[in-house]
Design a binder for this molecule. Structure first.
Ligand code: 5RP
Length: 219
C-alpha cells in the first residue's frame, strides 16, 4: 500500500511468536507494514514471517534480518517465507547489498532496505543508490537510546539529506508520538514504532493515535 502520507509500521520485537500474534491481532487494522523484528527473527526464524504473511496477506511484511553477509541466501530465505521487504545492515559489503537486491527483483513487490544503525558514510549512500537501493531506515539504536541518546538536529538534517538524495526514508528507534513532529516537512516513507505501540496500555489506541498524528502533520 502506498500513500502520500507516511505509512505506519509496527515492530514485532516480541520474544516468541505467540506474543507477536497477540500484538498484531490488537493493532493490525491501524498498521500498513508488519515488521518481524530482529529479536523475533532470532527467536522464531523465518517461520514467524511465514505465519504473519499467511494471516495478513494484504499487509507489507518486513523481515528485519539486518543481513550482514550471505545476502543472496538470507534474503531469499526471507522472501521465500513471505517477506515483501528485508533489511541489509549498513556495514555490509556492497556485494551483499547487490545480491539481496537481485533476490528482491525475483519477487513482485520485493525490496531491500539499508538499515542505518551505527557508522556509515555518504560515499556508501551514493554506492547504495547506484546499486539500485531505494529504501533506507534511519535508526537510533535501541542501545543508544537506552544510554540516553536523544533525537537531535543532526538526525533531522541527515534524514532530510537522504530524502533529497532520492531515498524513501523510514525512521525508527524508540519513536514516541511526540517525536513525529520533528520530521514534519520531510516526505517520510514509513514511521516504525515497536515498544510505543506494543507496550502501551491499549496498543490499538496507541496505533490509532500514531496514524491520526501522522495524518495531522503530513495531511
Ligand atoms: C531494533 C529494531 C526495532 O524494531 C526498532 O527500533 C523499532 O522498535 P522500537 O520502537 O521499540 O525502538 O530494529 O533493532
Amino acid at each position: 500500500m502506498t500513500t502520500s502520507l507516511p505509512m505506519l509500521q509496527v515492530a514485532l520485537d516480541n520474544q516468541c511468536l505467540a506474543d507477536a500474534l497477540t500484538s498484531t491481532r490488537l493493532v493490525h487494522e491501524h498498521i500498513d507494514v508488519i515488521e518481524v523484528g530482529t529479536i523475533l527473527c532470532v527467536a522464531e526464524g523465518v517461520s514467524a514471517v511465514r505465519n504473519l504473511k499467511a494471516l495478513y496477506p494484504e499487509k507489507i511484511i518486513l523481515a528485519d534480518a539486518k543481513i550482514a553477509d550471505a545476502g543472496s541466501i538470507l534474503s531469499k530465505m526471507c522472501f521465500d517465507a513471505g517477506a515483501d521487504w528485508t533489511t541489509v545492515i549498513c556495514c555490509a559489503d556492497i556485494n551483499t547489498v547487490k545480491s539481496a537486491i537481485k533476490e528482491a527483483k525475483n519477487k513482485e513487490g520485493g525490496d531491500v532496505q539499508i538499515e542505518l544503525t551505527g557508522y556509515w558514510t555518504w560515499e556508501q549512500a551514493e554506492a547504495w543508490r547506484e546499486a539500485g537501493i531505494e529504501q533506507v531506515v534511519y535508526h537510533r539504536s535501541r542501545d543508544a537510546q537506552a544510554a540516553g541518546v536523544a533525537w537531535g538536529e543532526s538526525d533531522i538534517n541527515t534524514v532530510r539529506k537522504l530524502s533529497d538524495m532520492g531515498f524513501k526514508v523510514t525512521v525508527t528507534g524508540g519513536l514516541a508520538m511526540e517525536d513525529l513532529h520533528l520530521f514534519r516537512g520531510i516526505p517520510i516513507h514509513v514511521f516504525i514504532a515497536g515498544r510505543s505501540i506494543r507496550d502501551a496500555q491499549c496498543p490499538a489506541t496507541a496505533a490509532a493515535q500514531f496514524k491520526q498524528t501522522i495524518a495531522e502533520l503530513w495531511g
